[in-house]
Design a protein around this ligand. Structure first.
Ligand SMILES: Nc1nc2c(ncn2[C@@H]2O[C@H](COP(=O)(O)OP(=O)(O)OP(=O)(O)O)[C@@H](O)[C@H]2O)c(=O)[nH]1
Length: 463
Protein backbone atom coordinates (compact mmCIF):
# COMPACT_ATOMS: atom_id res chain seq x y z
CA UNK A 1 0.00 0.00 0.00
CA UNK A 2 1.65 3.16 -1.09
CA UNK A 3 -0.98 5.72 -0.15
CA UNK A 4 1.32 8.31 -1.60
CA UNK A 5 -0.58 11.36 -0.58
CA UNK A 6 -1.61 10.29 2.90
CA UNK A 7 1.76 11.24 4.31
CA UNK A 8 1.83 14.72 2.81
CA UNK A 9 -1.80 15.62 3.48
CA UNK A 10 -1.51 14.35 7.02
CA UNK A 11 1.66 16.35 7.49
CA UNK A 12 -0.25 19.45 6.36
CA UNK A 13 -3.12 18.95 8.77
CA UNK A 14 -0.76 18.06 11.60
CA UNK A 15 1.34 21.10 10.74
CA UNK A 16 -1.61 23.27 11.67
CA UNK A 17 -1.34 21.94 15.19
CA UNK A 18 2.15 23.36 15.59
CA UNK A 19 2.37 25.60 18.59
CA UNK A 20 -0.92 24.33 19.99
CA UNK A 21 -0.87 22.53 23.28
CA UNK A 22 -4.31 21.03 22.80
CA UNK A 23 -6.36 19.88 19.84
CA UNK A 24 -9.89 20.98 19.10
CA UNK A 25 -12.66 18.81 17.74
CA UNK A 26 -12.28 20.65 14.45
CA UNK A 27 -8.57 19.82 14.22
CA UNK A 28 -9.31 16.16 14.80
CA UNK A 29 -12.11 16.17 12.21
CA UNK A 30 -9.70 17.60 9.62
CA UNK A 31 -7.07 15.01 10.32
CA UNK A 32 -9.51 12.11 10.36
CA UNK A 33 -11.03 13.29 7.06
CA UNK A 34 -7.63 13.21 5.39
CA UNK A 35 -7.01 9.71 6.65
CA UNK A 36 -10.44 8.51 5.54
CA UNK A 37 -10.00 9.97 2.07
CA UNK A 38 -6.62 8.32 1.57
CA UNK A 39 -7.62 4.95 2.95
CA UNK A 40 -10.81 4.77 0.92
CA UNK A 41 -8.84 5.66 -2.19
CA UNK A 42 -6.51 2.80 -1.35
CA UNK A 43 -9.52 0.47 -1.29
CA UNK A 44 -9.62 -0.07 2.44
CA UNK A 45 -13.06 -1.27 3.42
CA UNK A 46 -15.41 1.43 4.69
CA UNK A 47 -16.17 -0.30 7.98
CA UNK A 48 -12.46 -0.62 8.77
CA UNK A 49 -11.96 3.05 7.92
CA UNK A 50 -14.84 4.06 10.16
CA UNK A 51 -13.60 2.01 13.11
CA UNK A 52 -10.18 3.54 12.73
CA UNK A 53 -11.60 7.08 12.52
CA UNK A 54 -13.67 6.57 15.65
CA UNK A 55 -10.72 5.33 17.66
CA UNK A 56 -8.49 8.19 16.53
CA UNK A 57 -11.16 10.80 17.27
CA UNK A 58 -11.93 9.41 20.68
CA UNK A 59 -8.33 9.14 21.76
CA UNK A 60 -7.19 12.47 20.32
CA UNK A 61 -9.92 14.31 22.19
CA UNK A 62 -9.91 12.38 25.42
CA UNK A 63 -6.26 11.66 26.04
CA UNK A 64 -4.21 14.51 27.47
CA UNK A 65 -0.96 15.11 25.65
CA UNK A 66 1.71 14.33 28.20
CA UNK A 67 4.12 16.95 29.48
CA UNK A 68 6.83 17.91 27.04
CA UNK A 69 4.87 16.51 24.11
CA UNK A 70 3.30 18.85 21.60
CA UNK A 71 -0.31 18.30 20.54
CA UNK A 72 1.00 17.54 17.07
CA UNK A 73 3.29 14.74 18.21
CA UNK A 74 0.63 13.36 20.48
CA UNK A 75 -1.99 13.17 17.72
CA UNK A 76 0.56 11.78 15.29
CA UNK A 77 1.47 9.02 17.69
CA UNK A 78 -2.22 8.16 18.14
CA UNK A 79 -2.72 8.00 14.36
CA UNK A 80 0.35 5.83 14.07
CA UNK A 81 -0.68 3.44 16.83
CA UNK A 82 -4.19 3.06 15.48
CA UNK A 83 -2.91 2.41 11.97
CA UNK A 84 -0.44 -0.17 13.23
CA UNK A 85 -3.38 -1.73 15.01
CA UNK A 86 -5.39 -1.71 11.78
CA UNK A 87 -2.73 -3.55 9.77
CA UNK A 88 -2.06 -5.91 12.66
CA UNK A 89 1.00 -7.90 13.58
CA UNK A 90 3.13 -9.73 11.10
CA UNK A 91 2.35 -13.42 10.49
CA UNK A 92 4.67 -15.53 12.55
CA UNK A 93 7.19 -17.25 10.31
CA UNK A 94 9.62 -19.17 12.49
CA UNK A 95 13.04 -19.90 11.05
CA UNK A 96 12.74 -23.66 11.27
CA UNK A 97 11.63 -26.75 9.37
CA UNK A 98 8.28 -26.14 7.80
CA UNK A 99 6.03 -26.47 4.80
CA UNK A 100 4.26 -23.41 3.42
CA UNK A 101 1.46 -23.66 0.89
CA UNK A 102 0.76 -20.71 -1.39
CA UNK A 103 -2.77 -20.10 -2.65
CA UNK A 104 -4.23 -17.39 -4.84
CA UNK A 105 -5.83 -16.48 -8.12
CA UNK A 106 -4.03 -16.66 -11.44
CA UNK A 107 -1.46 -13.96 -11.91
CA UNK A 108 -1.56 -12.87 -8.29
CA UNK A 109 2.16 -13.58 -8.08
CA UNK A 110 2.35 -17.01 -6.41
CA UNK A 111 5.20 -18.37 -8.50
CA UNK A 112 7.22 -15.20 -8.13
CA UNK A 113 6.47 -15.08 -4.39
CA UNK A 114 7.50 -18.70 -3.85
CA UNK A 115 10.92 -17.94 -5.37
CA UNK A 116 11.21 -14.72 -3.39
CA UNK A 117 10.32 -16.48 -0.16
CA UNK A 118 12.78 -19.26 -0.89
CA UNK A 119 15.45 -16.62 -1.48
CA UNK A 120 14.47 -14.96 1.82
CA UNK A 121 14.74 -18.22 3.79
CA UNK A 122 18.07 -19.01 2.12
CA UNK A 123 19.38 -15.62 3.23
CA UNK A 124 18.36 -16.56 6.76
CA UNK A 125 20.56 -19.61 6.55
CA UNK A 126 17.91 -22.25 5.87
CA UNK A 127 17.71 -24.61 2.95
CA UNK A 128 14.47 -24.00 1.09
CA UNK A 129 12.95 -25.94 -1.78
CA UNK A 130 10.20 -24.91 -4.15
CA UNK A 131 7.66 -27.53 -5.16
CA UNK A 132 5.83 -26.42 -8.28
CA UNK A 133 2.40 -28.04 -8.65
CA UNK A 134 0.90 -25.74 -11.28
CA UNK A 135 -0.11 -28.04 -14.11
CA UNK A 136 -2.75 -25.62 -15.32
CA UNK A 137 -0.75 -22.77 -16.78
CA UNK A 138 1.59 -23.70 -19.59
CA UNK A 139 4.92 -22.15 -18.80
CA UNK A 140 4.46 -22.20 -15.03
CA UNK A 141 7.01 -25.00 -14.71
CA UNK A 142 9.70 -23.21 -16.72
CA UNK A 143 9.08 -19.93 -14.97
CA UNK A 144 9.31 -21.52 -11.52
CA UNK A 145 12.42 -23.47 -12.41
CA UNK A 146 14.12 -20.40 -13.80
CA UNK A 147 13.27 -18.34 -10.73
CA UNK A 148 14.41 -21.11 -8.38
CA UNK A 149 17.76 -21.16 -10.10
CA UNK A 150 18.02 -17.39 -9.79
CA UNK A 151 17.24 -17.71 -6.10
CA UNK A 152 19.74 -20.58 -5.96
CA UNK A 153 17.37 -22.91 -4.17
CA UNK A 154 16.22 -26.52 -4.59
CA UNK A 155 13.36 -27.07 -6.98
CA UNK A 156 10.96 -29.83 -7.89
CA UNK A 157 8.38 -29.91 -10.65
CA UNK A 158 7.33 -32.38 -13.33
CA UNK A 159 6.07 -31.03 -16.68
CA UNK A 160 4.99 -34.54 -17.68
CA UNK A 161 2.82 -35.22 -14.69
CA UNK A 162 -0.76 -33.97 -14.85
CA UNK A 163 -1.81 -34.61 -11.30
CA UNK A 164 -0.77 -31.72 -9.03
CA UNK A 165 -1.37 -33.79 -5.90
CA UNK A 166 1.04 -36.42 -7.13
CA UNK A 167 3.64 -33.70 -7.90
CA UNK A 168 3.21 -32.27 -4.42
CA UNK A 169 3.63 -35.64 -2.73
CA UNK A 170 6.65 -36.56 -4.78
CA UNK A 171 8.09 -33.08 -4.52
CA UNK A 172 8.33 -33.32 -0.75
CA UNK A 173 10.04 -36.68 -1.00
CA UNK A 174 12.49 -35.58 -3.67
CA UNK A 175 13.51 -32.47 -1.80
CA UNK A 176 13.76 -34.01 1.63
CA UNK A 177 17.17 -32.47 2.23
CA UNK A 178 15.57 -29.06 2.35
CA UNK A 179 14.22 -27.76 5.65
CA UNK A 180 11.66 -25.30 4.31
CA UNK A 181 9.26 -26.44 1.60
CA UNK A 182 7.31 -23.88 -0.34
CA UNK A 183 4.52 -25.44 -2.34
CA UNK A 184 3.30 -23.30 -5.24
CA UNK A 185 -0.17 -24.06 -6.57
CA UNK A 186 -2.10 -23.28 -9.72
CA UNK A 187 -4.36 -20.28 -9.96
CA UNK A 188 -7.50 -19.70 -12.00
CA UNK A 189 -9.08 -16.57 -13.34
CA UNK A 190 -11.71 -16.67 -10.70
CA UNK A 191 -12.54 -18.92 -7.84
CA UNK A 192 -13.84 -22.07 -9.37
CA UNK A 193 -14.88 -25.21 -7.61
CA UNK A 194 -12.16 -27.27 -9.24
CA UNK A 195 -9.48 -24.87 -8.03
CA UNK A 196 -10.79 -25.17 -4.50
CA UNK A 197 -11.08 -28.96 -4.72
CA UNK A 198 -7.55 -29.20 -6.10
CA UNK A 199 -5.98 -27.04 -3.43
CA UNK A 200 -7.81 -28.95 -0.71
CA UNK A 201 -6.35 -32.18 -2.03
CA UNK A 202 -2.85 -30.74 -2.20
CA UNK A 203 -3.30 -29.45 1.33
CA UNK A 204 -4.23 -32.90 2.58
CA UNK A 205 -1.23 -34.39 0.80
CA UNK A 206 1.43 -31.99 2.05
CA UNK A 207 -0.02 -31.08 5.45
CA UNK A 208 1.46 -27.57 5.46
CA UNK A 209 2.41 -25.74 8.63
CA UNK A 210 0.97 -22.55 7.23
CA UNK A 211 -1.10 -21.47 4.27
CA UNK A 212 -0.44 -18.09 2.75
CA UNK A 213 -2.83 -16.29 0.44
CA UNK A 214 -1.03 -14.37 -2.29
CA UNK A 215 -2.86 -11.20 -3.28
CA UNK A 216 -2.16 -8.61 -5.90
CA UNK A 217 -2.10 -5.22 -4.14
CA UNK A 218 -4.45 -3.84 -6.78
CA UNK A 219 -7.19 -6.35 -6.05
CA UNK A 220 -9.59 -4.10 -4.16
CA UNK A 221 -12.68 -5.40 -2.46
CA UNK A 222 -12.76 -8.57 -4.57
CA UNK A 223 -10.23 -9.78 -2.02
CA UNK A 224 -13.00 -10.35 0.45
CA UNK A 225 -14.77 -13.26 -1.28
CA UNK A 226 -11.50 -14.78 -2.35
CA UNK A 227 -10.10 -14.68 1.13
CA UNK A 228 -13.29 -16.10 2.61
CA UNK A 229 -13.40 -19.05 0.22
CA UNK A 230 -9.76 -19.96 0.59
CA UNK A 231 -10.09 -19.60 4.33
CA UNK A 232 -13.17 -21.86 4.38
CA UNK A 233 -11.43 -24.52 2.36
CA UNK A 234 -7.84 -24.68 3.62
CA UNK A 235 -7.61 -21.99 6.33
CA UNK A 236 -5.48 -18.92 5.73
CA UNK A 237 -2.72 -18.06 8.21
CA UNK A 238 -1.25 -15.08 6.46
CA UNK A 239 -1.27 -12.91 3.37
CA UNK A 240 1.53 -12.04 0.97
CA UNK A 241 0.79 -8.79 -0.86
CA UNK A 242 2.46 -8.51 -4.25
CA UNK A 243 3.10 -5.70 -6.72
CA UNK A 244 3.27 -2.98 -4.14
CA UNK A 245 5.75 -1.28 -6.40
CA UNK A 246 3.09 -0.64 -8.98
CA UNK A 247 0.00 0.52 -7.16
CA UNK A 248 -1.25 3.05 -4.69
CA UNK A 249 -3.90 0.62 -3.50
CA UNK A 250 -3.47 -2.36 -1.25
CA UNK A 251 -6.50 -1.86 0.94
CA UNK A 252 -8.03 -5.06 -0.42
CA UNK A 253 -5.28 -7.00 1.27
CA UNK A 254 -6.28 -5.47 4.60
CA UNK A 255 -9.83 -6.60 3.98
CA UNK A 256 -8.56 -10.12 3.31
CA UNK A 257 -6.58 -10.04 6.52
CA UNK A 258 -9.63 -8.91 8.41
CA UNK A 259 -11.89 -11.45 6.72
CA UNK A 260 -9.62 -14.39 7.49
CA UNK A 261 -8.59 -13.13 10.89
CA UNK A 262 -5.02 -13.57 9.75
CA UNK A 263 -2.14 -11.15 9.24
CA UNK A 264 0.32 -9.94 6.63
CA UNK A 265 3.43 -12.06 6.18
CA UNK A 266 5.38 -10.69 3.20
CA UNK A 267 5.36 -7.77 0.82
CA UNK A 268 6.40 -8.08 -2.80
CA UNK A 269 7.87 -4.97 -4.34
CA UNK A 270 9.18 -6.02 -7.74
CA UNK A 271 9.75 -8.83 -10.18
CA UNK A 272 13.16 -9.95 -8.95
CA UNK A 273 13.71 -12.67 -6.35
CA UNK A 274 15.13 -10.20 -3.89
CA UNK A 275 12.15 -7.84 -4.14
CA UNK A 276 10.57 -9.19 -0.99
CA UNK A 277 10.23 -7.84 2.51
CA UNK A 278 8.98 -9.37 5.64
CA UNK A 279 5.97 -7.34 6.75
CA UNK A 280 6.84 -5.22 9.77
CA UNK A 281 3.88 -3.12 10.94
CA UNK A 282 5.67 -0.18 12.53
CA UNK A 283 8.14 0.40 9.72
CA UNK A 284 5.39 -0.09 7.17
CA UNK A 285 3.12 2.55 8.68
CA UNK A 286 5.99 4.98 9.28
CA UNK A 287 6.85 4.70 5.61
CA UNK A 288 3.21 4.93 4.62
CA UNK A 289 2.83 8.16 6.50
CA UNK A 290 6.14 9.31 5.08
CA UNK A 291 7.44 10.26 8.47
CA UNK A 292 10.72 9.04 9.91
CA UNK A 293 10.68 6.70 12.80
CA UNK A 294 7.26 6.96 14.34
CA UNK A 295 7.86 4.03 16.61
CA UNK A 296 10.44 6.09 18.39
CA UNK A 297 8.03 8.99 18.67
CA UNK A 298 5.34 6.78 20.18
CA UNK A 299 7.80 5.40 22.65
CA UNK A 300 8.78 8.92 23.60
CA UNK A 301 5.14 9.90 24.12
CA UNK A 302 4.53 6.78 26.17
CA UNK A 303 7.55 7.51 28.30
CA UNK A 304 6.39 11.08 28.86
CA UNK A 305 2.97 9.75 29.84
CA UNK A 306 4.48 7.38 32.37
CA UNK A 307 6.70 10.12 33.73
CA UNK A 308 3.78 12.50 34.12
CA UNK A 309 1.87 9.82 35.96
CA UNK A 310 4.86 9.03 38.11
CA UNK A 311 5.42 12.69 38.85
CA UNK A 312 1.81 13.06 39.87
CA UNK A 313 2.16 10.09 42.17
CA UNK A 314 5.46 11.32 43.54
CA UNK A 315 4.44 14.93 43.85
CA UNK A 316 4.38 16.10 47.36
CA UNK A 317 3.17 19.62 48.00
CA UNK A 318 5.86 19.98 50.64
CA UNK A 319 8.52 19.73 47.94
CA UNK A 320 7.60 23.22 46.92
CA UNK A 321 9.07 24.42 50.13
CA UNK A 322 12.47 22.91 49.56
CA UNK A 323 15.28 23.96 47.28
CA UNK A 324 15.19 26.05 44.14
CA UNK A 325 11.84 26.50 42.43
CA UNK A 326 12.49 26.03 38.70
CA UNK A 327 10.25 26.38 35.68
CA UNK A 328 10.11 22.60 35.62
CA UNK A 329 8.62 22.68 39.10
CA UNK A 330 6.18 25.29 37.97
CA UNK A 331 5.14 23.21 34.99
CA UNK A 332 4.79 20.13 37.15
CA UNK A 333 2.67 22.04 39.56
CA UNK A 334 0.49 23.46 36.83
CA UNK A 335 -0.13 19.91 35.64
CA UNK A 336 -0.72 18.62 39.13
CA UNK A 337 -3.07 21.51 39.68
CA UNK A 338 -5.12 20.32 36.76
CA UNK A 339 -5.77 17.14 38.62
CA UNK A 340 -5.69 18.23 42.21
CA UNK A 341 -7.48 21.53 42.19
CA UNK A 342 -6.53 25.12 42.79
CA UNK A 343 -3.20 25.99 44.32
CA UNK A 344 -4.60 27.78 47.36
CA UNK A 345 -6.50 24.65 48.27
CA UNK A 346 -3.50 22.48 47.60
CA UNK A 347 -1.54 24.72 49.92
CA UNK A 348 -4.21 24.08 52.47
CA UNK A 349 -3.36 20.41 52.29
CA UNK A 350 0.16 21.03 53.48
CA UNK A 351 0.25 20.58 57.23
CA UNK A 352 0.61 23.97 58.77
CA UNK A 353 -0.07 25.86 55.60
CA UNK A 354 -3.81 26.21 56.01
CA UNK A 355 -5.51 28.42 58.49
CA UNK A 356 -5.50 31.67 56.60
CA UNK A 357 -1.81 31.75 55.72
CA UNK A 358 -2.73 31.92 52.08
CA UNK A 359 -4.78 35.04 52.72
CA UNK A 360 -1.56 36.87 53.37
CA UNK A 361 -0.30 36.28 49.85
CA UNK A 362 -0.61 38.99 47.23
CA UNK A 363 -3.81 38.36 45.29
CA UNK A 364 -2.13 37.79 41.94
CA UNK A 365 0.71 35.66 43.21
CA UNK A 366 -0.86 32.51 41.95
CA UNK A 367 -3.21 34.01 39.46
CA UNK A 368 -2.76 31.85 36.42
CA UNK A 369 -5.89 31.33 34.39
CA UNK A 370 -6.49 28.24 32.35
CA UNK A 371 -5.70 29.99 29.07
CA UNK A 372 -2.52 31.49 30.33
CA UNK A 373 -1.57 28.13 31.74
CA UNK A 374 -1.99 26.50 28.34
CA UNK A 375 0.11 29.23 26.73
CA UNK A 376 2.72 28.81 29.42
CA UNK A 377 2.96 25.11 28.69
CA UNK A 378 3.49 25.79 24.99
CA UNK A 379 6.09 28.43 25.81
CA UNK A 380 7.91 26.04 28.12
CA UNK A 381 7.96 23.42 25.36
CA UNK A 382 10.13 25.79 23.37
CA UNK A 383 12.67 26.25 26.13
CA UNK A 384 15.87 24.34 26.55
CA UNK A 385 16.51 22.13 29.56
CA UNK A 386 18.96 24.71 30.81
CA UNK A 387 16.41 27.50 30.57
CA UNK A 388 13.80 25.45 32.40
CA UNK A 389 16.28 24.73 35.16
CA UNK A 390 17.56 28.25 35.36
CA UNK A 391 14.96 30.78 34.16
CA UNK A 392 16.96 33.67 35.57
CA UNK A 393 19.45 33.20 32.75
CA UNK A 394 16.83 33.86 30.09
CA UNK A 395 17.68 37.15 28.39
CA UNK A 396 16.02 39.23 25.66
CA UNK A 397 17.40 37.19 22.77
CA UNK A 398 16.22 33.94 24.35
CA UNK A 399 12.79 35.48 24.94
CA UNK A 400 12.66 36.33 21.27
CA UNK A 401 13.71 32.83 20.23
CA UNK A 402 11.28 31.13 22.62
CA UNK A 403 8.43 33.33 21.38
CA UNK A 404 9.23 32.44 17.79
CA UNK A 405 9.51 28.75 18.58
CA UNK A 406 6.27 28.59 20.51
CA UNK A 407 4.24 30.84 18.25
CA UNK A 408 3.34 33.03 21.25
CA UNK A 409 3.99 36.74 21.87
CA UNK A 410 7.17 37.78 23.60
CA UNK A 411 4.85 39.36 26.12
CA UNK A 412 3.52 35.92 27.04
CA UNK A 413 7.04 34.60 27.54
CA UNK A 414 7.85 37.53 29.83
CA UNK A 415 4.58 37.01 31.70
CA UNK A 416 5.55 33.43 32.35
CA UNK A 417 8.93 34.49 33.68
CA UNK A 418 7.28 37.12 35.83
CA UNK A 419 4.79 34.61 37.14
CA UNK A 420 7.53 32.17 37.93
CA UNK A 421 9.46 34.85 39.79
CA UNK A 422 6.45 35.77 41.85
CA UNK A 423 5.68 32.18 42.72
CA UNK A 424 9.22 31.43 43.68
CA UNK A 425 9.41 34.55 45.89
CA UNK A 426 6.17 33.55 47.55
CA UNK A 427 7.47 30.09 48.23
CA UNK A 428 10.67 31.54 49.64
CA UNK A 429 8.58 33.23 52.32
CA UNK A 430 7.48 29.82 53.45
CA UNK A 431 10.97 28.43 53.14
CA UNK A 432 12.03 31.27 55.37
CA UNK A 433 10.06 29.69 58.14
CA UNK A 434 12.88 27.15 58.45
CA UNK A 435 12.61 23.44 58.73
CA UNK A 436 12.45 23.37 62.51
CA UNK A 437 9.60 25.85 62.70
CA UNK A 438 7.74 23.95 60.01
CA UNK A 439 8.03 20.69 61.88
CA UNK A 440 6.93 22.22 65.13
CA UNK A 441 3.97 23.78 63.43
CA UNK A 442 3.05 20.52 61.74
CA UNK A 443 3.12 18.73 65.06
CA UNK A 444 0.93 21.35 66.58
CA UNK A 445 -1.50 21.04 63.68
CA UNK A 446 -1.67 17.29 64.14
CA UNK A 447 0.33 16.46 61.01
CA UNK A 448 -2.76 15.66 58.95
CA UNK A 449 -3.44 16.65 55.37
CA UNK A 450 -1.22 15.80 52.44
CA UNK A 451 -2.21 13.66 49.53
CA UNK A 452 -4.22 14.53 46.50
CA UNK A 453 -7.81 14.15 45.64
CA UNK A 454 -10.44 15.94 43.67
CA UNK A 455 -10.55 19.39 45.08
CA UNK A 456 -13.38 21.22 43.49
CA UNK A 457 -13.92 24.89 43.11
CA UNK A 458 -12.29 27.55 41.06
CA UNK A 459 -9.05 28.99 42.19
CA UNK A 460 -6.05 30.73 40.83
CA UNK A 461 -5.67 28.11 38.13
CA UNK A 462 -9.33 28.04 37.21
CA UNK A 463 -10.84 29.99 34.36
N1 LIG B 1 6.06 -5.37 -10.42
C1 LIG B 1 5.83 -6.54 -9.80
N2 LIG B 1 5.45 -7.58 -10.52
C2 LIG B 1 5.23 -8.75 -9.89
C3 LIG B 1 5.37 -8.88 -8.48
N3 LIG B 1 5.07 -10.15 -8.15
C4 LIG B 1 4.75 -10.78 -9.30
N4 LIG B 1 4.85 -9.94 -10.37
C5 LIG B 1 4.57 -10.20 -11.77
O1 LIG B 1 3.23 -10.61 -11.90
C6 LIG B 1 3.08 -11.55 -12.94
C7 LIG B 1 2.36 -12.79 -12.41
O2 LIG B 1 3.18 -13.39 -11.43
P1 LIG B 1 3.26 -14.95 -11.24
O3 LIG B 1 4.20 -15.20 -10.12
O4 LIG B 1 3.48 -15.64 -12.52
O5 LIG B 1 1.78 -15.22 -10.76
P2 LIG B 1 1.09 -16.60 -10.36
O6 LIG B 1 0.15 -16.31 -9.26
O7 LIG B 1 2.10 -17.65 -10.12
O8 LIG B 1 0.27 -16.95 -11.64
P3 LIG B 1 -0.39 -18.39 -12.02
O9 LIG B 1 0.72 -19.38 -11.97
O10 LIG B 1 -0.91 -18.19 -13.40
O11 LIG B 1 -1.44 -18.65 -11.03
C8 LIG B 1 4.48 -11.85 -13.44
O12 LIG B 1 4.70 -11.11 -14.61
C9 LIG B 1 5.38 -11.34 -12.33
O13 LIG B 1 6.62 -10.91 -12.80
C10 LIG B 1 5.76 -7.72 -7.75
O14 LIG B 1 5.88 -7.70 -6.50
N5 LIG B 1 5.97 -6.58 -8.47
Amino acid sequence: MVLDDLGSSLRDSLGQLSGQSRVTEEDVEDIVKEIQRSLLQADVEVSLVMDLSDSIKERALEEESPAGTSARDHVLSIVYEEMVDLVGDSTEIPLENQTILLAGLQGSGKTTTSAKMAWWFAKKGLRPAIVQTDTFRPGAYDQAKEMASRAEVDFYGDPDEEDPVEIARKGLEETDEADVHIVDTAGRHALEDDLIAEIEEIERAVEPDRNLLVLDAAIGQGAKDQARQFDDSIGIDGVAITKLDGTAKGGGALTAVNETDSSIAFLGTGEEVRDIERFEPSGFISRLLGMGDLKQLTERVERAMEETQQEEEDWDPEDMLKGEFTLKDMRRQMQAMNNMGPLDQVMDMIPGMGGGLMDELPDDAMDVTQDRMRDFEVVMDSMTELELENPRAIGASQVERIARGSGKDEERVRELLEQHKMMSQTLKQFQGMGQGNMERMMKKMGGGGGGGGGMGGMGPFGD
